[in-house]
Design a protein around this ligand. Sequence first.
Ligand code: ARG
Length: 461
Amino acid sequence: GSNAMWGGRFAEGPSAIMREINASIPFDKALWRQDIAASKAHVAMLAAQGIVTEDDAGTISRGLDTVAAEYEAQGVPEDWDLEDIHMTTESRLAELIGPAAGRLHTARSRNDQVATDFRLWVRETIDQVDAGLVALQRALVTRAGEHAGSVMPGFTHLQTAQPVTLGHHLMAYYEMIRRDRSRFADARARLNECPLGSAALAGTGFPIDRQATCDALGFDRPTANSLDAVSDRDFALDYLQAAAQCALHLSRLAEEMILWASQPFGFIRMPDTLSTGSSIMPQKKNPDAAELVRGHAGRIVGCLTALMVTMKGLPLAYSKDMQDDKPPVFEAAGLLALSIAATTGMVADSTFDTARMRAAAEMGFATATDLADWLVREADIPFREAHHITGAAVKLAEERGVALDKLALEELQAIDQRIGEGVFAALSVDASVAARASYGGTAPDQVSDRVAEARKALGME
Ligand code: ARG
């Protein structure tokens, strides 16, 4: 048969393939709460404007509550003939309350309806992401406070560069997450305009009150152009871009934790609760959660790419391609929520082997820059020359197989007369980190100050 909602002008119904390719209910049923809320706001406005009677509006609104209760209890039924969540709900409403259900769609189209529902969904997701990121920041800040003075090697090119503190390293991720939260907040602010009332593409001739539905749904203002409102998916792309960048940060941290948990590093022990074993090698404890956080970042970037490519050639206004906007957003949201939760657990519950980190910092001549700085400061040698002298000292230490501060004073003075006894105080890893007290540097006092500021910003004080 032909479709009950739009079949009036059709002699034949859709083929099996048409029904299948057209059906979005398998995934857009996730929008049911937003769809019911937007319909209730719409029908209340229609009644207030005298476009439907208060009686019909009351019947429709109570009917929608019943549909919602059914969905809550039994899930949303998936009937491909009903295409999507909007027609599924309206059809059930008609079964429940009869012909009055047909008045709900006055002055509305599925085009402004889905744009409204989806904005509401993404807005809620952004709020959930922010709560998750706050929890992650709290974990980072807590561990950073414990380890403001724990020395570890800092790397460039993954080669030992200069000693840093573990607290400083963890606070680097706090900063990344701080920017991520600001990107999500920015996306949310731009998203928060209400498309409802744009109708199919051109607006409506009914005397609707767009401000009323906008207010009822917690939007800041109604959208200003109906063509844009029904064909705009920037809000979904803004969300995915913020999600991709956040996932990228989580992936970098995951990669470092995987590295640190490897036996040659041995910097951390991952919590058992976020690790798995091997079915053949009894000794194994694998950082699978971290690896999946790293892996999920790739999929989230893929979701962003998918929607960008879907949107890139679409003429105004709505085209059915846009129905494909939802799967990548839903997928990215699920992956990101899991990644944030897993990362928070790994940060909160990993054990740091600070002795091993310190020993690693003491190898690899990480304080060579401190020797050069000492020559500049105490002997007034130009930095380039000091760099050269220090290079010779490193070469000698490497030949001897000892750390820089284990060379004898006479050996150092053979390289350059101006080196004095006082240099040894500068060559320890603790002296090295303590010296880097410039704002934002790795000195434990600096790290403690940044941690204190962060705790305040997070309401932890
Ligand atoms: N399921 C559709 C979507 O998600 C709803 C909008 C349908 N509009 C239309 N004119 N067929 O995009």
